[in-house]
Design a protein around this ligand. Sequence first.
Ligand code: SF4
Ligand code: SF4
Length: 347
Amino acid sequence: MKLPKVNDLGFFEIRLESIGGMGANSAGKMLADIGVLYQGYNGAAFSSYGSEKKGSPVKAFVRLCDSGTQVKVNSIIEEPHVLAVFHMNLLKNPMTLMGVKDDAVVIFNTSMTPEEARDFACLHGGTVVCIDAIKIASEEKLPATNTVMMGAMVKHLDFLDKTFFEKKIEEQFRSKPDVIESNVRAFRRGYDECSSKVFAADSKYPYIPFKKPNPVYGKKNQPVGGYISAAGNSVVKDLTVTRVGNIPVYHNENCIDCAMCEIVCPDMCIVFDRHRGGDLQIGEKRKAIKDGQMYMKGIDYKHCKGCRKCIIVCPTTKKEDKSLHALTDEIEANYTVADITCSRYDK
Ligand code: SF4
Ligand code: SF4
């Protein structure tokens, strides 16, 4: 079947905006496999990660073209015909919608209606498809939402054959036969339970053109090549958008500097420093910090993903005196996060 539309280079392009662990990378590969191996198009799929770990923003790209066109581009997709947003938190970053024109299909993982989702995202126009993929995935006891998202996508892309996807899911999970049925069911539910609405570009919200961010480092200021000065140094990556669930708030005066939180934090967000310049007294309850002693300064929320491991291990057990407390929305309401964020790079 002919592709519904193509860009100047002859490609139909799909961009998946996701968070590491939600399955966008494998969804992109499955889409390209089906297009190329089952339906006879030419195509390519690749992903772009920040720091390679669960919880970081991930983009996956799929290009399809007719069998007579060669795939000679390998750059990121700037103006996708289809955009799938695997988590609504990603919309905190306006770059998520960059280059999405008003004839695009935009799939949101949300329980909102298409009208609510369009307003939430400030999308200028396009076909908005909403599917509560997290609910369906959890009801089907699946760790990732990708098969649900693919179901919603296939429903709105006539040229993709639904039966091939079910076949591909069976093939993909051949080594884990116990999840084949639930993934096929999740795919079908994504297909059947999504809702959609077409919005004209009515000037309610502006179009966000694609723009490459200026490089932070250039020949005048880039550090010596190949030299990593500190572990966990993704200084230019703000991972705030991917933080969901409870996040820790640090109560300095109850801390005993045991560093248990630092040991378990997977993202090196716990900032310890060596105190210099005489004894330091923080609050009435805490022992004075001696000159030269390492002490816990705070949390780097720019990289904290809210896993709560630090809260669980913190040994200051009396509830009212705990050094680390879990808070959700309260942190945004009661604290200016920028003010309480600590960075190991601030001296
Ligand atoms: S919740 Fe705690 S352990 Fe988890 S990333 Fe944030 S600071 Fe680290
Ligand atoms: S685990 Fe608790 S007491 Fe220990 S250093 Fe971290 S915040 Fe302080």
